[in-house]
Design a protein around this ligand. Structure first.
Ligand SMILES: [Cu+2]
Length: 202
């Protein structure tokens, strides 16, 4: 049973060697899959191999819609001065999205306790492909208020700033036209409250 398979592969090799990157079936730069004109070939096997080679490219060539569910959340951690000293640098000087409460402030009934927190989008990193339609469906779990916008890789405003409040559900959408990183950012908790939407070349 190996002989037909090896023959099929042998017929396919010239196609692989000559085709190069296939950007789109029948489109610019694309190549049709021509059956080699040899006698004694195995047409069905050749067609199957040909389809297996070209199908991933055909699927990848089509822009796809993406619905991304995003939450605005707050991560929080606490401990006591008995275990660890509080941070020496005020975290809010690093980002408006960071917060801390020192001993006596975090919990008045437990004066040794201190805590740190940050606001974030979850997920914070998503990849799509150029040309894809991106829909963000957001729900605000934490944080009283957020000021959210989307910027393209070149800094152009793709979705203007809108106020998101706790418990609210929001939707925005845009087409990922440019390769690079789009940023879904909250101006109130900048610069750390940012989700990176990376657009890969198609
Ligand atoms: Cu925010």
């Amino acid at each position: 049973m190996w002989k037909p398979l090896l023959m099929g592969l042998a017929y396919t090799m010239p196609l692989v060697a000559s085709a190069g990157p296939v950007h789109a079936l029948g489109g610019p730069g694309g190549r049709a899959c021509h059956r080699p004109g040899r006698s004694g070939s195995h047409p069905l096997l050749f067609d199957v191999l040909c389809l297996a080679l070209l199908l991933p490219h055909a699927v990848r060539a089509q822009p796809a819609p993406h619905t991304i569910f995003v939450n605005a959340v707050e991560y929080k951690g606490s401990t006591t001065t008995a275990k660890r000293a509080p941070p020496q640098v005020n975290p809010t000087t690093l980002s408006q999205g960071y917060a801390s409460k020192g001993p006596g402030e975090a919990d008045q009934t437990a004066p040794q306790q201190w805590e740190v927190a940050r606001d974030a989008f979850a997920p914070g990193f998503v990849t799509v492909q150029q040309g894809d339609a991106v829909a963000v469906r957001a729900f605000v779990v934490h944080g009283d208020q957020h000021a959210v916008s989307v910027l393209a890789p070149d800094g152009q405003v793709v979705v203007p700033s809108a106020t998101w409040t706790r418990g609210g559900a929001y939707q925005l959408s845009f087409k990922a036209e440019k390769v690079g990183t789009y940023k879904l950012s909250c101006a109130i908790h900048a610069p750390s409250m940012t989700a990176h939407l990376v657009v890969l070349p198609r």
